[in-house]
Design a protein around this ligand. Structure first.
Ligand code: ADP
Ligand code: MG
Length: 729
């Protein structure tokens, strides 16, 4: 029996896993495993509590004595919950999360055993940096790296089976100070944005002392039976299928979207939701997505740093809980050809410590001007740094999705809806170069008279835009489903910070010349609206007309990762990142190298697996079928009942043989391309070769293999078919 047939037999849809809610309310579970403010109050001395909450709020340093006290309180809290080990939890540039567990247990000099967790262990650890990507930083500097506590994200307890581990969120940096992770630059971008946005807020409200970016992500994913997935080396090794014919019934009936969730998957969802709640991840929605076997979940938005941590945690939790239910969770952007891929919409906004959402239209002319200021500056930022935004979502996986008529294209544009378009047009036309009392009238623009619901409805209609305003936030829709949100969020925070800074400088210059504040603001906004006009697009982003129009507008359309990533190291980006204190030049080059290398590795692994599948799975099945045909033709010939008796078989045999030959030739060609690419020293050109030459063979191998899948006797086919993976549940 081949692997596929036994997988179909093994496939289980009788999930006996009990309902994990057990009648409990979510509020009874929520953040049970998080060292929350409440837990801090309970387990820390007054002094330690105060210094920890201060440093969580404004990043101030903790002294050693305080750290010892906090560590001991944290340990007591964790031990009461059965924790034995702790780890610094961080997000290296591998796209996953990393942990290295240490026991509280230690032996004193006199030989007695104790459990210990001191300030030093809390604040800093030294995992071996050499096994994480560092883009050559290791070669020139020390190999060592260390993790440092980020008090702005709370510690939590991870339950794995029966084990419980205290996790300390940390940043990961090289011994020489360069960041080697996703979080350190994110925190820097948050600080830059805070400074720039608070400064601009002062025009409108002197009480604002802090502005934070908020993020609400929507996570799409596929679920596949574990037995089926295990019978597919491509799913196991690459997270996507490299071959496989689309099923007779795909998503064309659109009967899956928002349909009822199959019971087995529902059990899984409840289970991972419960685990997430304990970790303080505020999940809110769950539903089926467009494709069969595809789902989505989304939390209530949070401060961006916490939201990023929570998304990384969630991806981890989902994979682990999936195992309990014998399900493989696919976070890849395009697990199945011809079936919709998965994204991760990043809903982003700005919130003040006075409780105002800066991207929500206000109720008075003054707050409206504030809204317009942040709204227009965000659009201007997208316009000025579109290539960088595109780079921030580039990955081998996302290349399959962007521009494939199911996700926003690789062209960055912003959608704001017809109502706000009109508002911006009006500002642009009515504010004249010479300042006059007309301007005062514009200040009274009645944006707020539109009821918010209408605004929401009005802006939410265009689902094809990569960057859409949706009433009180922007939704960056082109982010890939497996991405760490930190990348795109760091870029977005930074470009908006930079744009706000320039805006403020220009407004101040006008004010200095004696212009009234509001008028000065309006005039600079007018200029920004005018300058950023060509990034605004209200039509269908999936259409070919848009690609053509975008080209005439001069907008970039970088379809592949190796090229899209160039923007990370352009002169403009270097200036932007360095002047805002996000990256040094060295860090940028290291990151660029790491991302190219990751791309190369991904395509390389896919190429190897595809070659292996073609040679060890597809060809043997086809040859076996070929033999059946040959024996049959021979038998018929012997009977001497005429040529016509085996005409069809002969034809089939020819077709099968042609496909076999074509696969064989392409696999050989692919291997040759790989050799040449591997011998190319420069990572940029190696990545381009992998993209243009190696990956180009994939489609052809796949084409012939998929044809064979349709022809070869079903019982001989070794790999679970699409219909089995997507429809058996
Ligand atoms: P849709 O699927 O229609 O885009 P959802 O309700 O599924 O909408 O997702 C909207 C997401 O946007 C949620 O995660 C929500 O928390 C988030 N969100 C709402 N307001 C804000 C905000 N001010 N800042 C950031 N995210 C927000
Ligand atoms: Mg959405």
């Amino acid at each position: 029996m081949n692997a596929r047939i036994s997988a179909i037999r093994e496939h289980r849809n009788d999930d006996k896993t009990i309902n994990h809610y057990n009648g409990k309310k979510v509020t009874a579970l929520f953040a049970a495993n998080v060292f929350t403010n409440k837990a801090m109050r309970e387990w820390l001395s007054d002094e330690a509590y105060k210094s920890l909450s201060a440093s969580a709020k404004n990043g101030s340093r903790l002294d050693r004595k305080m750290a010892d006290q906090i560590a001991s309180g944290m340990k007591a809290w964790a031990e009461e919950k059965g924790v034995t080990h702790f780890t610094h939890w961080f997000q290296p540039l591998t796209g996953t999360t990393a942990e290295k567990h240490d026991s509280f247990f230690t032996i004193k000099s006199d030989g007695t055993a104790i459990e210990l967790f001191d300030g030093d262990s809390l604040i800093q650890q030294e995992p071996d940096a050499s096994s994480f990507p560092n883009g050559g930083i290791r070669a020139t500097f020390e190999a060592r790296g260390y993790t440092a506590w980020d008090p702005s994200s709370p510690a939590f307890i991870m339950e794995t089976g029966f084990g419980k581990t205290l996790c300390i969120p940390t940043i990961f940096i090289a011994y020489s100070g360069e960041s080697l992770d996703n979080k350190a630059p994110l925190l820097k971008s948050i600080a830059a944005l805070n400074k720039a946005a608070v400064d601009v807020c002062q025009y409108f409200d002197k009480n604002v002392t802090k502005v934070t970016a908020t993020l609400g992500w929507e996570q799409e994913y596929f679920l596949v039976d574990e037995a089926m997935a295990n019978a597919r080396p491509d799913l196991v090794m690459c997270g996507r299928t490299l071959i496989g014919h689309s099923p007779a019934k795909g998503q064309q009936l659109e009967d899956h979207y928002f349909g009822s969730i199959p019971e087995r998957f529902f059990a899984f969802m409840q289970d991972f939701e419960q685990e997430s709640y304990k970790l303080g991840i505020p999940l809110r929605t769950r539903h089926n997505e467009v494709a069969p076997g595809q789902f989505e979940c989304a939390p209530i938005f949070e401060e961006v740093n916490i939201a990023v941590d929570h998304n990384s945690l969630l991806m981890d939790v989902m994979a682990r809980v999936g195992k309990r239910h014998k399900l493989k969770v696919l976070l890849h952007e395009k697990p199945f050809a011809g079936v919709n891929g998965s994204g991760k919409h990043n809903n982003w906004s700005l919130a003040t410590d006075t409780g105002v959402n800066l991207l929500a239209p206000g109720k008075t002319p003054r707050t409206n001007l504030m809204f317009l200021t942040f709204f227009v500056n965000t659009i201007k930022a997208v316009h000025d740094h579109a290539d960088l935004l595109r780079a921030s979502i580039a990955s081998a996986g996302n290349d399959h999705r962007l521009g494939a008529n199911e996700a926003p294209p690789a062209i960055i544009s912003a959608y704001i809806g017809s109502y706000l378009s009109k508002v911006l047009d009006e500002v642009e036309v009515r504010v004249k170069d010479k300042f006059d009392e007309q301007d005062e009238a514009i200040l009274k623009l009645d944006i707020h008279k539109q009821i918010p619901e209408l605004l929401q409805d009005n802006t939410d209609r265009n689902r094809t835009s990569p960057f859409a305003f949706t009433g009180n936030k922007f939704e960056f829709r082109a982010v890939g489903s497996s991405a760490n949100c930190a990348g795109p969020m760091t870029v977005l925070n930074t470009i908006v910070a930079q744009t706000l800074k320039s805006f403020k400088a220009e407004v101040d210059a006008l004010i200095e010349k004696g212009e009234k504040k509001e008028i000065a603001i309006l005039h600079i906004l007018r200029n920004s609206i005018n300058a950023s006009k060509n990034i605004r697009f209200e039509g269908d982003n999936y259409s070919e007309e848009w690609a053509a129009e975008a080209a005439t507008r001069g907008l970039s359309n970088f379809k592949t990762t190796p090229i899209a990533l160039d923007a990370y190291v352009s002169e403009a980006s270097k200036k932007l990142f360095i002047s805002n204190g996000i990256f040094t030049e060295r860090e940028m080059e290291a990151r660029h190298e790491i991302m190219l290398e990751e791309y190369v590795k991904k395509v390389q692994i896919e190429a190897r697996i595809l070659g292996y599948l073609a040679t060890n799975h597809v060809l043997p099945a086809a040859i076996q079928y070929q033999n059946t045909l040959i024996a049959n033709i021979r038998g018929l010939k012997e009977l001497e009942i005429g040529d016509s008796s085996y005409k069809a078989q002969l034809h089939l045999l020819k077709v099968v043989s042609q496909h076999i030959q074509a696969i064989n030739d392409k696999v050989e060609e692919m291997i040759e391309h790989r050799k040449v690419a591997n011998n190319t020293e420069d990572m940029h050109s190696r990545a381009i070769q992998y993209c243009d030459n190696v990956k180009a063979c994939f489609e052809i191998i796949r084409y012939h293999s998929d044809k064979l899948e349709l022809i070869v006797q079903d019982s001989l086919w070794p790999l679970p078919k699409y219909r089995e993976m997507l429809f058996l549940r």
